[in-house]
Write a protein that binds this ligand. Structure first.
Ligand SMILES: Cc1cc2nc3c(=O)[nH]c(=O)nc-3n(C[C@H](O)[C@H](O)[C@H](O)COP(=O)(O)OP(=O)(O)OC[C@H]3O[C@@H](n4cnc5c(N)ncnc54)[C@H](O)[C@@H]3O)c2cc1C
Length: 497
C-alpha cells in the first residue's frame, strides 16, 4: 500500500487549524504539533473564579471565510459554531462626553455620525464607497491568493488594479485620507482606529488599509454566540472529524532539512519524517529558532521590518452591571497622534490610552456569575523592546481605572473580584510570537504588504508558512485564508500520493 503524503503543522492557531482542515479534505495525513495543552494560540479562553474570558480576538469579520472552510469539508457550520451579526459593532465614548454608536446598518451609522458630529450622512456613505472600491481592487491580489511580490501583477485582474492604482490610495496615510473625507476630529479618530486592526499607526500606514472599514461596515461584524473560543473549538472538532492527528504539549524543537529540503521535524528526542512542514509559528521564531539552517537571503529582511504593536489585556471579573455599555466599547484618548507616538516612537504604554472593553457575558450569560460581568480590558502597546512590564502594567492599570471612572462613572477599584493580565512578554511566552507583537510586522510603510513572509519558502523546499506573521496578515479571517493558501501551495508542490 502506498503511504499518504505526510504533512506536519507546527502550531494549532487559527491559521494552522484552517490549513489542517483543507489538507485533510484533500487526502493528506496531517499531524498538528502544539506546545500548549489546547488549540487556538491567541484565540484561546481563560476560566477562573467562575468567569470565562476569550483571551484575544473578540470580533469576527468576513464570516464567509470561516463558513467556506466548513463548506469545503461538506459540513454544516451550524453543527459546530453559531455566529451572529451585531447591531451595534462598538460604542464609542469621547473625552468631550460624546457617545456614538457604530451601527452595523450603514444608514443608521451615517445618521448617528451626522447627529453626533459635524459630518454629513453623505460623507459617511461616500467614504464607505471609497473603502469598498479599495476592497474590490485589492482583495484578489492581496488577500485571497498567494502573493509573490511583483510577479503577482502579471495577470489581467492585477492589471486592472495597476491601471487604477491611485484608487487604492497607497500614497497617503490612513489619517490623511480620513481627514480629507471628514471635518470632525471625532469621525476621523473613529476611522483612524482601524489601523490598530493590524497593529499599525494611522499616521504612518498607507490609506489602502482603509479597506478594513468596508470589511467591518459593508460586509458586517459578528460574534460567536458561545464566545470567540467556540470558533477555535469548532475548527478543532472539524479537523478531528476529518482525521487530523493533534499532538498537544509537544513543542517542535527543530525543522530538519537536507540539501535545502525539509525532511522532518524533531520534538523531544524524536525525529519524525514528513514530506512537507507548515509553520503556523511566528515567522521570525521559525527562522531564528526552529530551522536547522539559516536561509539568510530570505530571512534577513524580516529582521529589519518593524514589528507590529502588541497589547496589554486585563481580564477582570467585576461585581457590577453596566447597562451603559455594549458588548464592544471604546473609550478614546484625547490626543490620538500622541498615543501612537508613545507606542511606536517612544515605545512606552500610552500615557492616555484608548481603552477597549469587551464583555461577552452580555450575550453569553454563563461567562460570569449572576450580578457580575467579565471585562476584557485592552490597550494597544509597543512590542516588547525590553521595557519593564511590571512597571508598565502598574502604571497603565492606574490610568485605565481612572479613565473608566471619569468617562463611565464606574469606580471599579473595589469591584474587581479576580484578575489575570496578559503582557507582550506573556503573548510571546504563550504563542512564541517574537517581541509579543500581535500581527507579526506592522504596516507602517508602503512596502509592508510586499515584505510579509510568503506562504511558501523561496529557499527551502517543503517549507510553508501560515498565520498572522505570514501573508496575507493577522486577524481571524486573514489567518484562516493564510491556512487555505498554504494548503493550496502544498497541494500544488506535494500532490497526495
Ligand atoms: C489581545 C488580542 C486581541 C485580538 N483581537 C482580534 C480581533 O478582535 N479580531 C481579529 O480578527 N483578530 C484579533 N486578534 C488577532 C488574532 O487573534 C490573531 O491574528 C490570530 O488568532 C493568530 O492566529 P495564528 O494562526 O497566527 O496563530 P497563533 O494564535 O499565533 O498561534 C500559533 C500557535 O502555534 C503554537 N506554536 C508556536 N511555536 C510552536 C512550536 N515550536 N511547537 C509547537 N507549537 C508551537 C503556539 O503555541 C500557538 O498555539 C487579536 C489578538 C490578540 C492577542
Amino acid at each position: 500500500m502506498v503511504e499518504k503524503s505526510k504533512i506536519a503543522i507546527i502550531g494549532s492557531g487559527l491559521g494552522g487549524l484552517s490549513a489542517a482542515i483543507y489538507l485533510a479534505v484533500k487526502g493528506y495525513d496531517v499531524h498538528v504539533y502544539e506546545q500548549s495543552n489546547k488549540p487556538g494560540g491567541k484565540a484561546n479562553e481563560l476560566k477562573f473564579f467562575n468567569f470565562r474570558f476569550d483571551t484575544g480576538p473578540s470580533l469576527l469579520t468576513m464570516p464567509f471565510v470561516l463558513k467556506g472552510i466548513f463548506k469545503y469539508a461538506g459540513k454544516n457550520i451550524e453543527n459546530y459554531i453559531q455566529i451572529k451579526k451585531l447591531d451595534v459593532l462598538c460604542k464609542y465614548f469621547y473625552p468631550d462626553s460624546t457617545i456614538l454608536n457604530a451601527y452595523s446598518d450603514v444608514d443608521k451609522l451615517a445618521k448617528e455620525i451626522n447627529s453626533k458630529t459635524i459630518d454629513s450622512k453623505e460623507s459617511v456613505k461616500e467614504y464607505l464607497d471609497y473603502s469598498k472600491k479599495i476592497y474590490e481592487l485589492t482583495a484578489d491580489l492581496f488577500l485571497f491568493n498567494s502573493f509573490s511580490g511583483l510577479s503577482n501583477f502579471a495577470n489581467i485582474k492585477a492589471l486592472k488594479t495597476l491601471l487604477q492604482f491611485n484608487k487604492i490610495d497607497p500614497f497617503r496615510t490612513m489619517h490623511e485620507s480620513n481627514a480629507s473625507f471628514f471635518k470632525d476630529a471625532k469621525t476621523i479618530q473613529l476611522f483612524d482606529r482601524y489601523a490598530t486592526y493590524n497593529g499599525s499607526s494611522p499616521f504612518k500606514a498607507p490609506a489602502t488599509l482603509n479597506v478594513i472599514q468596508h470589511v467591518e461596515y459593508n460586509l458586517g461584524a459578528y460574534i460567536a454566540e458561545d464566545g470567540i473560543y467556540s470558533i477555535t473549538k469548532g475548527l478543532h472538532k472539524l479537523a478531528e472529524d476529518l482525521g487530523v492527528k493533534f499532538i498537544f504539549m509537544n513543542r517542535v524543537d527543530k525543522i530538519v532539512t537536507k540539501k535545502n529540503k525539509v525532511v522532518g521535524i524533531v520534538y523531544g528526542n524524536d525525529f519524525v519524517n514528513y514530506n512537507a512542514v507548515l509553520s503556523n509559528s511566528d515567522v521570525l521564531n521559525t527562522y531564528h529558532n526552529l530551522l536547522d539552517v539559516n536561509p539568510y537571503r530570505e530571512s534577513n529582511k524580516y529582521n529589519k521590518v518593524e514589528p507590529s504593536s502588541s497589547a496589554l489585556v486585563f481580564y477582570w471579573g467585576v461585581k457590577t452591571q453596566s447597562p451603559e455599555l455594549e458588548v464592544h466599547n471604546i473609550l478614546f484618548s484625547e490626543d490620538y497622534k500622541k498615543e501612537f507616538d508613545d507606542i511606536f516612537e517612544k515605545k512606552i504604554c500610552p500615557e492616555d490610552p484608548t481603552v477597549y472593553i469587551y464583555i461577552s457575558s452580555k450575550f453569553k450569560k454563563d461567562d460570569a456569575p449572576e450580578g457580575n460581568e467579565n471585562w476584557f480590558v485592552m490597550i494597544n502597546t509597543p512590542y516588547d523592546d525590553g521595557q519593564n512590564w511590571d512597571d508598565e502594567v502598574k502604571k497603565s492599570k492606574g490610568i485605565i481605572l481612572k479613565k473608566i471612572n471619569k468617562i463611565l462613572g464606574i469606580d471599579l477599584k473595589d469591584k474587581i473580584v479576580c484578575e489575570k493580565i496578559l503582557t507582550p512578554q506573556g503573548i510571546e511566552k504563550k504563542t512564541s510570537s517574537t517581541y509579543g507583537s500581535i500581527y507579526g510586522i506592522s504596516s507602517n510603510s508602503k512596502s509592508a504588504a510586499f515584505m510579509r513572509q510568503q506562504n511558501k519558502s523561496k529557499s527551502i523546499d517543503g517549507l510553508y508558512f501560515c498565520g498572522g506573521s505570514a501573508h496575507p496578515g493577522g486577524g481571524i479571517p486573514l489567518v484562516l485564508l493564510s491556512g487555505k493558501i498554504a494548503s493550496e501551495l502544498i497541494n500544488k508542490h506535494h500532490a497526495v500520493q
